[in-house]
Design a protein around this ligand. Structure first.
Ligand code: MG
Length: 387
């Protein structure tokens, strides 16, 4: 039995993880669940899965959650960063699924590692912000970090059984998002609904916008650099509109390994929970005769400058990836609130990056300071219309 703490249980990855728990009640149990403010769904999940502890964003939502549960329900209700950290480090948890969106995932993930919990990592921002620190802490505590991101899961699978020194490069595939096939679209007039309309994957709002700008791919490039200890020039991105090849590894003999599957995140989640065993999760094999073809194109980094900025941030390192991530979070939030045009997202990020003085080899406090500063300066630039 693997006892899971799921951080971000009301989001898309969290709900999919609970579907897998429901399918295999003899293999998995739930010891902790957390959400931000989505209290009604969290209450339903608590009643179904009986975790020992839960946490929400603040005291107000903790009170609201208490009222949504039957009187005297034994689940311990916590709140705030401290609350998330204690659910992540709960003595009964064997593995922590980090499905929180954005930089909020960092501290609870570090708390989980500190307490020796294995990590199923869906929060890519954690590795983008503080990759070196997180990987060093995991190595010290003998914690296994298993990627939930489909691309990284694919690379992890393609590397298995191969010698690291034989690896030439990894090739991360990208669907291209909703605008890949629309070269004439004016990014100044893109509506929120258009950007949220992803062709292949059903995901949360923030990551769907990140897919439309290709920043999601950029964050994945940085995440892969950290997770697989690779420099930027051993990482390639290819647009693959069918999203069937989830990513590839190329070796020095010219041989390429690819992992294929239908675009559904359950596969990567289940594998992170059960590796090296594969669970019968009811996924069909891709219907190859119906696919008609698998296409690959180089990404257009001029039209999608977020990807180029991410490669640059990985190359320069230090606090720059954290700054890129923070500026992006603020810009995406502003776009979703209709305070910033779609075309303003890369402009805001570029502006924030240009004004940042990189701190090399940063500690946690340097990273958090860089994150705070970058968020504040992004908000200032957006509010002042200065991008
Ligand atoms: Mg992905």
């Amino acid at each position: 039995m693997t006892r899971l703490a799921i951080l971000g249980s009301t989001g898309s990855i969290g709900r999919n993880t609970l579907d897998i728990v429901r399918m295999f009640p003899d293999r998995f149990s739930v010891t902790g669940l957390t959400a931000n403010t989505h209290v009604d769904l969290l209450a339903e999940q608590i009643i179904s899965f009986n975790p020992a502890a839960t946490a929400v964003s603040d005291e107000f939502h903790a009170e609201k959650l208490k009222r949504a549960l039957p009187p005297g329900h034994p689940c311990e209700i916590l709140f705030g960063t401290r609350g998330y950290e204690s659910v992540a480090s709960h003595p009964e948890a064997d593995m922590v699924v980090t499905a929180v969106v954005g930089s909020a995932g960092l501290k609870p993930t570090l708390a989980a590692i500190e307490h020796g919990k294995d990590i199923a990592l869906a929060n890519k921002e954690t590795l983008v912000m503080a990759g070196k620190l997180v990987m060093a802490a995991a190595a010290e505590k003998n914690v296994r970090i298993r990627p939930v991101d489909s691309e990284h899961s694919a690379i992890f699978q393609c590397l298995a059984g191969n010698r690291r020194e034989d690896l030439d490069k990894i090739i991360i595939t990208a669907s291209g998002g909703p605008f890949f096939r629309k070269p004439d679209i004016d990014f100044k007039t893109v509506r929120v609904e258009d950007a949220l309309n992803h062709p292949n994957w059903s995901m949360g709002r923030k990551i769907t916008i990140d897919s439309a700008t290709l920043m999601n791919k950029g964050l994945e490039v940085i995440e892969a650099g950290v997770l697989f200890d690779l420099p930027a020039d051993q990482i390639e991105v290819l647009i693959h509109p069918q999203s069937i090849v989830h990513s590839m590894t190329a070796f020095r003999d010219g041989s390429v390994m690819a992992q294929l599957g239908v675009p559904d995140m359950k596969g990567a989640i289940a594998l992170a929970l059960s590796w090296p065993e594969r669970l019968p999760i009811g996924q069909p094999v891709p219907d190859f005769p119906k696919l008609a073809g698998l296409d690959f194109y180089p990404p257009d980094m001029v039209r999608f400058p977020c990807l180029a900025m991410a490669f640059d941030a990985l190359r320069k390192g230090g606090t720059l990836p954290a700054v890129l991530n923070a500026a992006n979070e603020a810009a995406v939030e502003a776009f979703l609130d209709k305070r910033l045009p779609f075309s303003g997202i890369p402009d805001v990020i570029r502006n924030v990056l240009q004004h940042h003085t990189i701190c090399h080899d940063p500690g946690l406090s340097d990273i958090i300071a860089a994150d705070d500063q970058a968020s504040a300066s992004a908000r200032e630039i957006i509010a002042g219309g200065l991008w």
